[in-house]
Design a protein around this ligand. Structure first.
Ligand SMILES: [Zn+2]
Length: 287
């Protein structure tokens, strides 16, 4: 079966539910909710927010809540979609990158963070945040919290600081695979990854996770991070089309415009899309 489709995601949710996993938002976790088995479903809305809305609706149908983190950039920030996802009962959070946006200036970055948080709170309640980690950026926006406290702004948690990873297994689809921690610069938990590897808690495909759930060989407490732009039933979503057809001048111009807006992020997205393309090719080969 082709991976990273809505169909496969639905199967993952159905399996989680069948195995007794409650879907928690990150805010619920931070506030102390601890069912026996739970999965914190986190979504980083890096781009293509319409894909996130499709995932949010699917989760609603499957009776699972999740946390959606939006960036304060046009390719993520869609006010209509932000409100719709909140109205479905999901959590909305801020996917901040202020230190990158402000080129390392700490005071500017904190002001930028606070201003964007206020704008987001005009659309939905915001209790948690999560860093957007551009691998090509020399700055790590989590460094803002070396000299400021997000709690002063009424923020309850940041996954990298407020999850007990000794107790919660972290899996992310970074690189369009579930074992991308080998190549990811920032979306990983270095302090615990070696132990997880030693325990065999490493999964490549969504099907591998589903099989581990069915065999009860995966821990009872999970955080799963996905990038919904990657999950679509159409074999060639917009970004892949863009990369595959990049010989066409019009698309080249689009990439250049995109690159001028945010050169480093565009490179990351393009690299992701190439991974997606390779993944899609592998999927095709398996069929
Ligand atoms: Zn991100």
């Amino acid at each position: 079966m082709m991976d990273f489709t809505l169909k496969e995601y639905r199967l993952l949710l159905k399996t989680l539910r069948a195995r007794g996993y409650a879907g928690l938002t990150f805010a619920e976790y931070v506030k102390g909710e601890r069912p026996e088995r739970y999965v914190i479903l986190r979504h980083d809305v890096d781009l293509l927010p319409a894909n996130s809305l499709a995932v949010a609706r699917l989760e609603k149908e499957e009776g699972m809540k999740a946390s959606y983190y939006f960036r304060a950039v046009p390719e993520s920030w869609d006010e209509d979609i932000i409100k719709k996802i909140a109205a479905l009962g999901h959590e909305v959070g801020y996917h901040y990158e202020s230190l990158t946006t402000c080129k390392g200036d700490m005071a500017d970055a904190y002001r930028d963070f606070a201003a964007n948080l206020t704008r987001l709170r005009a659309l939905a309640p915001v209790e948690t945040i999560c860093m957007h980690g551009s691998p090509r950026s020399p700055w790590d926006s989590r460094d803002i919290w070396k000299s400021h406290s997000y709690r002063d702004l009424g923020i309850l948690g940041e996954p990298y600081f407020d999850i007990d990873f000794a107790d919660v297994l972290y899996l992310t689809d970074t690189g369009r695979r579930w074992d991308g921690f080998k190549v990811s610069m920032r979306d990983r938990i270095p302090a615990h990854q070696d132990r997880w590897c030693a325990q065999g808690l490493v999964y490549h495909s969504t099907g591998d996770i589903i099989a581990a759930l069915q065999a009860s060989t995966i821990p009872q407490h999970l955080m799963l991070t996905t990038h919904p732009q990657r999950w679509a039933d159409k074999p060639l979503p917009w970004l892949k089309e863009l990369v595959l057809q990049n010989a066409k001048n019009v698309v080249k111009r689009e990439i250049l415009r995109f690159a001028q807006d945010d050169k480093r992020d565009a490179q990351d997205d393009k690299r992701d899309a190439q991974n997606d393309k390779r993944g899609a090719q592998n999927d095709k080969d398996k069929v």
